[in-house]
Ligand binder design. Structure first.
Ligand code: AQP
Length: 332
């Protein structure tokens, strides 16, 4: 049976990009396609400046939102990364497999370290090693597939390289996984800065739609989206990125095709109105279910506790095998 793993960082509130690029697909497709594990990757949220109380709140919120989005604990395993020690145990061994040069090449490291430096913050060592921990998250479960948005493709490529290198040096230990991406909305762009990805930790939130935004806030953000001043509407991600982003979002929400949708509009005003309506409708059930689940913290905690137990049992044999293969003396 295909094993599927993916995760979300509680670095900020879940965005429309996270939802359309990853989470919706996990709930609607991936959890039913194989043996699926989904994780709130809280250790990754420690790689940038953080506030402990906020991290705690965002971790609970992320887990609750994953359930609200439709992850079903009877069908998949949902847990929190820091509850399963095996991720960190394996990460160290993979740090001994990766090279300094290859992790420094990661685009996300370059972007986030530059951002931290510009803000006068120090760059945490864990930001550099983050993709290695992510490789451990994936390899520890022998995942075949990793459903992610476009921005995580490079990290999954690194994971593949590390798995192959380890297997070649120390004997077959890891499944070599592959990234899977959605057909549309693999990279939802910031509505105010269509050259940048819509991100949880963007400095300005005017162009970022959060899953829990109230409908009138969603509408305002979409109606104010930056487009170009050219005539008509066409799907041209390179030349007219703002309009193309709206078409991608509308297509992802309505199940249409962005190029075909472009032909239906003569002005951005009408496109924005329809996109705003579509986004509000897609997010509505998630927001409503989140409100119900947030009132039942005991249920969410129970799901996470059970999920961590199952995940630990799956992860431990792989880490033990990797430790043996690399030459560490078994504890006996
Ligand atoms: N804008 C996006 N469009 C499509 N998919 C996206 N994802 C993130 N942003 C977009 C996908 O969502 C999943 C969870 O993301 P993550 O928690 O690993 O965070 P990230 O990829 O580093 O991006 P964020 O959400 O903007 O967080 P920060 O600001 O902390 O970097 C992943 O599958 C990701 O591809």
């Amino acid at each position: 049976m295909t094993r599927i793993f993916s995760g979300i960082q509680p670095t900020g509130h879940m965005t429309l990009g996270n939802y359309l690029g990853a989470v919706r697909r996990w709930a609607q497709v991936d959890q039913h396609r194989g043996e699926a594990l989904f994780c709130v990757v809280d250790l990754h949220a420690l790689t940038v400046e953080h506030d402990p109380a906020r991290l705690l709140r965002l971790s609970r919120q992320a887990a609750t939102l994953l359930l609200a989005a439709g992850l079903d604990p009877a069908v998949c395993t949902l847990f929190v990364q820091s509850h399963v020690d095996e991720h960190a145990r394996l990460s160290y061994v993979l740090e001994c497999t990766a090279s300094d040069g290859e992790v420094r090449r990661m685009i996300q490291y370059k972007e986030k370290s530059a951002k931290a430096q510009a803000a006068g913050e120090s760059v945490r060592l864990s930001l550099l090693t983050y993709p290695v921990l992510m490789a451990a998250d994936i390899l520890v479960y022998g995942a075949d597939e990793v459903p992610v948005g476009d921005d995580q493709t490079q990290h999954v490529e690194l994971t593949r390289d590390l798995a192959m290198r380890f297997n070649q040096r120390y004997g077959h230990t890891f499944v070599v996984p592959r990234a899977t991406k959605p057909q549309v909305a693999a990279r939802v762009m910031d509505l105010q800065e269509p050259a940048s990805k819509m991100g949880k930790t963007s400095a300005s939130t005017g162009g970022v739609v959060f899953v829990l935004d109230e409908p009138d806030v969603v509408r305002k953000k979409v109606m104010r989206a930056v487009t170009d001043s050219g005539a008509g509407v066409e799907y041209d991600p390179e030349g007219r990125p703002g309009g193309a982003n709206l078409l991608d979002v509308l297509a992802a929400c309505t199940g249409g095709n962005p190029e075909e949708l472009a032909g239906r509009y003569e002005s951005y005003g009408a496109l924005k109105r329809d996109t705003a309506d579509a986004v509000v409708e897609v997010l509505r059930p998630v927001r409503e279910r989140h409100a119900e689940l947030a009132a039942d913290a005991g249920y969410v905690e129970g799901v996470l506790r059970k999920g961590a137990e199952l995940a630990r049992a799956m992860a431990r044999p792989t880490v033990d095998a990797a430790y043996r293969a690399i030459g560490l003396l078994p504890a006996g």
